[in-house]
Design a protein around this ligand. Structure first.
Ligand code: HEC
Length: 174
């Protein structure tokens, strides 16, 4: 019966009707990156259309980012600080300094040894692209050298991205 409850939830999302046949949910979960535990499905860099990049101010006018829990975002950002610096002019760590990266092409620092995959990705760091990246970098961009397991919760990803939009810019949401 437990397996039916799980499927019920998935069906609500409208994404995994295929799992209705058989009781295979447990087989590709947990840990399987393509298991569909997450909703909406994880996107990959190729799926992004970067034509309409907005200002950070405009993103905060969207309902999605207007609701950001900054405190939660700040707590989650501690896991990035192991490798990244956020402030203007700060040194790179294991990962590059990410001051001012929103709206910019990926891999823009000449003095950081990025992966070829990131350099050739064509990614522009919109909030949605960053959210998708943070779900699982190695899935979003195969070949990236950012060793990060990703955040399962969509709300967590949104909160972190909202926090970083403020924290890595001179822009203030106040
Ligand atoms: C263990 C180290 C590590 C951790 C933890 C980590 N990163 Fe990274 N990050 C990297 C490395 C290394 C790269 C370069 C990836 C590449 O070249 O493929 C990178 C690249 C990036 C980039 C692309 C930067 C650019 O100039 O295009 C962003 C954005 C980013 N990380 C955000 C984050 C965020 C947000 C977190 C916290 C959730 C995080 N990273 C956690 C190591 C890390």
């Amino acid at each position: 019966m437990e397996c039916f409850t799980l499927k019920g939830l998935l069906v609500v999302t409208g994404l995994y009707l295929a799992t209705l046949t058989g009781c295979g949910f447990g087989a590709d979960s947990p840990g399987a990156t393509s298991s569909g535990v997450d909703a909406p499905p994880l996107l990959v860099a190729e799926d992004f259309n970067f034509d309409s990049i907005k200002s950070i101010e405009e993103y905060f006018r969207e309902a999605r980012y207007a609701e950001v829990d900054m405190k939660n975002g700040e707590i989650l950002s501690n896991s990035c600080l192991a490798c990244h610096t956020f402030g203007q002019g700060e040194k790179h760590g294991l990962g590059p300094n990410i001051y001012g990266f929103f709206g910019q092409p990926a891999a823009r620092h000449m003095d950081f040894a990025y992966s070829e995959a990131l350099q050739e990705s064509g990614i522009i760091w919109t909030p949605r692209a960053l959210e998708a990246w943070l779900a699982l970098p190695s899935r979003f961009l195969p070949g990236t050298i950012m060793p990060f397991a990703g955040f399962k919760s969509e709300t967590d990803r949104r909160d972190l991205v909202g926090f970083l939009m403020i924290e890595t810019n001179n822009f203030t949401n106040k």
